[in-house]
Design a binder for this molecule. Structure first.
Ligand SMILES: [Zn+2]
Length: 323
């Protein structure tokens, strides 16, 4: 009887030892396994710290997940095809066989004076607001050459486009308009009387070197509608072009009529001296290639509703100003 009891006790001890060893083995294996997982994670990601959490994403575009690149592509396609959408003022019906590109006319970008000339001023704050609006609506700004190339297609651009012009070569254009154009990445087209201007050669050169266009507004800002003398016209139309080209190193492709005035002698001399375009004044944003030497531009006032209306081809006078 005693032997049987001893044998049972021995068997009981053996089973207990077996389970204890098995438990130790399982515990050991799981420790090693989880340790190796942690080590793999560390090697893959490197040590985590507050600095790496805040550091910028320096992954190159090519190595980003494919979906990011697709999203980027969809965005640029959407901007490219934005011509027909997202207007705050309903667009005016477009004339047949025309190309729609609003051309904006500014003179002074400076504090508004209390005089009759205030119609020729847009404040720097308002100008910034207008350029921000163009940027938010994904407009692009054209050079005269780009305007001409679009006009030749006979079709509207697929991407909302404007041309932003400034008359008279006032020094506030350099001090106040130019920095805001740079801020939003827009091209300004500055029509400057070559021998009667507020901006210096070095200011014009700096702007030209930063992508701005400097084109002639005559030599002395003479009204040209009654001028028929070829010598005088040559000075105003051609000598002015040569002078500015020498200052900026750019080819001048467009002209702007002082006081919006011109005659047949003027347009034919422009055509035979390398000008692709010439701008007057007007109330239309629709253009034809056949009218490329008498193009319409719309005057911009110190007013956002006026600005939005111009972009939709609607003439709007804000009122409250002397004319
Ligand atoms: Zn002028």
């Amino acid at each position: 009887m005693a032997n049987t009891l001893d044998a049972k006790k021995d068997r009981y001890n053996l089973v207990t030892v077996f389970f204890l060893i098995a438990a130790l083995v399982i515990f050991g294996v799981s420790i090693i396994f989880s340790g190796s997982l942690l080590l793999t994670g560390y090697l893959k990601q490197g040590p985590s710290s507050n600095q790496s959490d805040n550091s910028p994403d320096t992954t190159s575009i090519a190595s980003r997940p494919l979906t990011d690149n697709i999203a980027q592509h969809s965005l640029s396609t959407a901007i490219e095809n934005n011509f027909g959408i997202d207007y705050d003022v309903p667009p005016e019906p477009q004339a047949a066989n025309t190309v729609r590109i609003p051309v904006l006319t500014y003179h002074h970008i400076d504090t508004l004076p209390n005089s009759n000339s205030r119609d020729y001023y847009v404040s720097p704050k308002m100008f910034d607001e207008q350029m921000k609006y163009l940027s938010d609506k994904n407009y692009r700004s054209l050079t005269p050459k780009e305007f001409y190339d679009q006009l030749k297609t006979g079709k509207n651009p697929t991407h909302k486009s404007v041309m932003i012009t400034f008359d008279d070569g006032n020094v506030d254009n350099y001090k106040n308009a130019y920095p805001i154009l740079l801020k939003y990445g827009f091209v300004g087209v500055f029509y400057v009387p070559s021998n009667k201007r507020g901006m210096t050669n070095s200011q014009l050169q700096e702007m030209a070197n930063h992508g701005m266009i400097i084109d002639p507004h005559g030599k002395t800002h003479m009204m040209l509608s009654k001028v028929t003398d070829s010598g005088t016209l040559y000075q105003e139309l051609v000598a002015s072009k040569i002078n500015l080209q020498n200052v900026t190193g750019q080819i001048s492709n467009s002209f702007c009529y002082p006081g919006c005035e011109y005659n047949g002698y003027v347009t034919s001399m422009l055509a035979s001296n390398g000008y692709l375009l010439a701008f007057s004044c007007g109330k239309s944003i629709d253009h034809k290639l056949g009218s490329r030497l008498v193009l319409s531009r719309m005057h911009v006032y110190n007013d956002m509703q006026d600005f939005k209306s111009i972009l939709s081809g609607k003439w709007y006078y804000p009122g409250g100003y002397s004319s």
